[in-house]
Design a protein. Sequence first.
Length: 277
Amino acid sequence: MRAKGQLKAGTNPLGRPEIQGFRNLVSGLIVAVFVSGFASAGCAGETADRQTVELYRQGNLLYEGGKYAEASRTYERIIERGIRNGHVYYNLGNAYYKQDQIGRAILAYERASRLMPRDVDLRSNLDLANERTTDRIAVDVPWFGRQALDAVTVNQATAAATAAGFLASLALVFYLLATRPRARSAAGYALLATSLVLLMAIGFISIKIYDVLENRNGIVLSPAAVVRTSPDASSEPVFTLHEGAKVQLVEHRDEWTRIRLPDGKNGWLSREDLEGI
């Protein structure tokens, strides 16, 4: 496992476009599309200042030098600064894996996968870490819709919807400005097609956001965590989970969290035993 990626300092690479308005309606629509595009671009990744870039460089050097504990602390300092970057979480997972902290390694890899869902190296390392867990929890093969949701981040879906909106706006411009019947007809079909794509993209974003908010997961960090029938340390134990197990977070109550496994088993875990992804 090697430290991955370069965290670069800088500003948003997109410059402000010059928008030439033909009609008030068209100009307003295009401006709205561009504004939403910049909003999504701003959420697509955290811009790093020079100190953060230097911390990232130090973490990579410490990792390459075999000082994995120091490297993990350095990557954690970056995260504490509010940076949510897939490469940082990936390298943090590698550093924890080298320290045999499998639970925290899986937690970091899972957080990285939220930001880099299609990264092959990340998926390989996550699979490798999961092979070292004690619990063998059966997981059904996800259907196509589930795979599509997992393969795209909210920001990427928003960017795609913004692009579709921009194309629809261009089609509308050509439709309103076309003077020849054939050109106006072609622009009308283009407007219809891009509008349908835009509606589909908006629907996908809505489903994705709902999925992120509702399907909350966590990773067990304790070597052994007893799942109980109720949020009480004196209640009857149901089963035991071990470090690295991935669970669905159903409900929080005081210092307890109700969890559910893919096979339907559920119960209450102390919040000290796990951490949400």
